[in-house]
Design a protein around this ligand. Structure first.
Ligand code: XUL
Ligand code: CO
Length: 438
């Protein structure tokens, strides 16, 4: 059997004293944190598109990466090598899930039929590898943005033939996701947005997007797919404006079109920051609305204004993310998918290992810190006290709906002394630091 990554035998937990760069210092899959093991909490997933298909190209330059299949020329041979290599990689990394777009797996053919046949060949291999290794599919999706046919969108294209083509692709991707036992199915808007309103019928485009999603749900039910549907918000890039801008706008869209019972949200950290929000903000909005479904775990660069998809290493972000996720009761059937890529200059296969180790350790550390923070109740006690004016007196009456503007005005006219208390942000930041850094 071909070994694709001979430089690594197995990445294991060695603890915080270890200086081995090919070991985990925090991620210890069987370690129990609260009510679950780390692997049950974190549900790590590898993104097939970045780790196997990604070439290291960017808008200024072509592919840079060196990969073990570079000696192959036939695109189907390359696709097969990637499939085998992906499972070797996940096993060596102890990653229990993966995610893919339909055409990450195999090259597109000249016709849609040929494309499906190419994908089916690889799906058969992947199915066997899943059975052999026990590695599972977190989610499937369809790439409805890369090919020029999607230049004006997919479900929101002004061209009905493109809408039909996109439907055929999602239909097949749903069938594959079901066949592989996928636990979720993701819709990322891709090019569902606009470049200029001068040529755009926004009302029709949004209606069509909703029609498309309803058709997907109907078809999934028809074939017995029981996985969770997810929408992944992103405000811009590649289009100037993407309809699934952020969690709040997706929530409004789902309610407007009667889709709110069928969809949850897949939150990507770098998309949150592109929308001008923190990662924690997006998780919080989803959590309090009961629609936090899954996470694309990555991070952006503070100085670059685009979707750099870096591996997550920021302990503040991972801790506060896990703080939301723990309060959500976890993510299952969702998980933490590394929608992240190595930098263009990190072109060697071993960089894929270092990158995933960094992300897994950062989230494992975040999990431990967030668990301790929640156990202590320090923030929750502070917050409860901060809002205690709503537990008695006029506040209680407001919350219970017992007063209106007339009663409140009467109260305010008699209450000449409003006393505020400090928000204590800096104290709370000290407390957070104590849980992160000890
Ligand atoms: C693009 C992105 C996608 C989705 C799946 O920014 O995040 O890879 O996660 O289509
Ligand atoms: Co993503």
């Amino acid at each position: 059997m071909t070994v694709y990554f001979p430089e690594v035998t197995q990445v294991s937990f060695e603890g915080t004293d270890s200086t081995n760069p090919l070991a985990f210092r925090h991620y210890n899959p069987k370690e129990v944190v609260g009510d679950k093991t780390m692997e049950e909490h974190l549900r790590f997933s590898m993104a097939y598109w970045h780790t196997l298909t990604g070439a290291g190209d960017d808008m200024f330059g072509s592919g840079s990466v060196v990969r073990p299949w570079d000696n192959l020329t036939d695109p189907m041979d390359i696709a097969k090598a990637r499939a085998y290599a992906s499972f070797e990689f996940m096993q060596k990394m102890q990653i229990p899930f993966f995610c893919f777009h339909d055409i990450d797996l195999a090259p597109e053919g000249d016709t849609l039929r040929e494309t499906f046949a190419n994908i089916d060949t690889i799906v058969d291999i992947i199915k066997e590898l899943m059975a052999e290794t026990g590695i599972k599919l977190l989610w499937g999706t369809s790439n409805l943005f890369g090919h020029p046919r999607f230049m004006h969108g997919a479900a929101t294209s002004p061209n009905a033939d493109v809408f039909a083509y996109a439907a055929a692709r999602v239909k097949r991707a749903l069938e594959i996701t079901k066949e592989l036992g996928g636990e979720n199915y993701v819709f990322w808007g891709g090019r569902e947005g606009y470049e200029t309103l001068l040529n755009t019928d926004m009302g029709l485009e949004l209606d069509n997007l909703a029609r498309f999603l309803h058709m997907a749900v109907d078809y999934a039910r028809e074939i017995g797919f029981t996985g969770q549907f997810l929408i992944e918000p992103k405000p811009k890039e590649p289009t100037k404006h993407q309809y699934d801008f952020d969690v709040a706008s997706v929530l409004g869209f789902l309610h407007s079109y009667g889709l709110e019972k069928d969809f949850k949200i897949n939150i990507e950290a770098n998309h949150a920051t592109l929308a001008g929000h923190t990662f924690q903000h997006e998780l919080r909005v989803a959590r309090i609305n009961g629609i936090l479904g899954s996470v694309d775990a990555n991070q952006g660069d503070e100085l670059l204004g685009w979707d750099t998809d870096q591996f997550p290493t920021n302990l503040y972000a991972t801790t506060l993310a896990m703080y939301e996720i723990l309060q959500n009761g976890g993510l299952a059937p969702g998980g933490l998918n590394f929608d992240a890529k190595v930098r263009r200059g990190s072109f060697e296969p071993i960089d894929l290992f270092y990158a995933h180790i960094a992300g897994m350790d950062a989230f494992a550390h975040g999990l431990k810190a967030a668990h301790k923070l929640l156990e202590s109740g320090e923030l929750e006690e502070f917050i409860a006290e901060r809002y205690s004016s709503y537990s008695s007196g006029i506040g209680e009456k407001i919350v219970k709906g017992e007063v209106g503007f007339k009663e409140l005005a009467d109260y305010a006219l008699e209450n000449n002394q409003i006393v505020n208390t400090s928000g204590r942000q800096e104290l709370l930041e000290n407390i957070l630091n104590r849980y992160i850094f000890g």
